[in-house]
Write a protein that binds this ligand. Structure first.
Ligand SMILES: NC(=O)c1ccc[n+]([C@@H]2O[C@H](COP(=O)([O-])OP(=O)(O)OC[C@H]3O[C@@H](n4cnc5c(N)ncnc54)[C@H](O)[C@@H]3O)[C@@H](O)[C@H]2O)c1
Ligand SMILES: O=C(O)C1=N[C@H](C(=O)O)CCC1
Length: 272
């Protein structure tokens, strides 16, 4: 007899990523959709999630009681908002299931609570779950290590007009990778908001520039600019399925791991 398929809960079910994840999990034959969670008061609560999405019924009713569905599942995939994710991390630790976190815009207070939850649960967290961006972080680190500070590093990102955090989680991952390559702490060299008479660029800074418009899914450039030449590493996401694919991989990967915090470099087996 074959083992039961791992049950996956999707939080933020009505969101841009939530709907993509509901579709991806329900079409995947290595897992089953075990729950769909939305915030209290959301008009999807109490409805079949497939019908709420405008399609066929999936036999899963959207709930605002996360713990009740976590108790019957093996993983939760969570692309919501920082405060909600902290709450879900606490509940996932209680239910001892794998928590895959795609939420960005986290501050120190959120990260400390997630770290505490990782004492009891497997947590996989990444500002970008796509294979392409995770490879790009490795390339960025390598190029930054090879070049000296005569090469100014700028991270440029573009996203849709509904995005609420900036710079994007991906831009910060790329900035961290560049700082690692340089052997510095990003917090010491990040230049995140230029406006007015800023003065000349400081040698060694890592700059961030942010574009918001229309339905851009996610675009990131890491530029190394020196006198006489410029290198640009680029990733363009044109479909949210690339993030969902990584998240589903992480949920399966996390099933037999010890509690702790992991990222997509671990999931993809790319760590040196
Ligand atoms: N890591 C990645 O690969 C990746 C990719 C895409 C988006 N993201 C991040 O995922 C997050 C969501 O992005 P989106 O575009 O889907 O946003 P969205 O606003 O479309 O969806 C967020 C959903 O979360 C729900 N939500 C908020 N609080 C909740 C709560 N307490 N309980 C249950 N549900 C709650 C909202 O109602 C909404 O449906 C953002 O932080 C975004 O940056 C990460
Ligand atoms: O649409 C978003 O929001 C995205 N967020 C992530 C980020 O902040 O980098 C990943 C790309 C899409």
């Amino acid at each position: 007899m074959s083992a039961p398929l791992p049950g996956i809960v999707i939080t933020g079910a009505s969101g841009r990523m939530g709907q993509m994840l509901i579709r991806s999990v329900s079409e995947n034959d290595r897992m089953r959709l075990a729950g769909a969670v939305e915030r209290k008061g959301h008009d999807w609560v109490g409805r079949d999630v497939g019908e709420a999405m405008g399609g066929a019924a999936l036999g899963v009713t959207v709930t605002d009681d996360a713990l009740s569905v976590f108790a019957e599942a093996q993983a939760v995939i969570d692309f919501t908002a920082p405060a909600a994710t902290v709450e879900f991390a606490h509940l996932a630790a209680q239910a001892r299931l794998c928590h895959v976190i795609g939420t960005t815009g986290m501050e120190e207070q959120h990260l400390a609570k997630i770290q505490a939850a990782a004492r009891h649960a497997v947590i996989v967290r990444a500002g970008n779950m796509s294979l392409g961006v995770n490879l790009l972080t490795l390339l960025t680190e390598k190029v930054a290590r090879a070049l000296d500070a005569e090469y100014d590093i700028e991270v440029i990102e573009a996203h849709h007009n509904r995005k609420v955090d900036a710079p994007s989680g991906t831009a910060l991952m790329l900035g961290e990778a560049a700082a690692r390559g340089r052997g510095v702490a990003l917090a010491d060299v990040a230049d995140r908001g230029r406006d007015g008479i800023t003065g000349a660029r400081q040698t060694g800074d890592i700059g961030f520039a942010v574009i918001r418009g229309g339905d851009i899914v996610g675009e990131h450039d890491v530029m190394f600019a020196a006198a006489g030449e410029r290198i640009t590493l680029r990733h363009v996401a044109s479909d949210r399925s690339v993030f969902a694919r990584g998240a589903l991989k992480a949920a399966l990967w996390g099933q037999d791991k010890a509690p702790g915090e992991y990222d997509m470099i671990d999931v993809l087996g790319l760590r040196d």
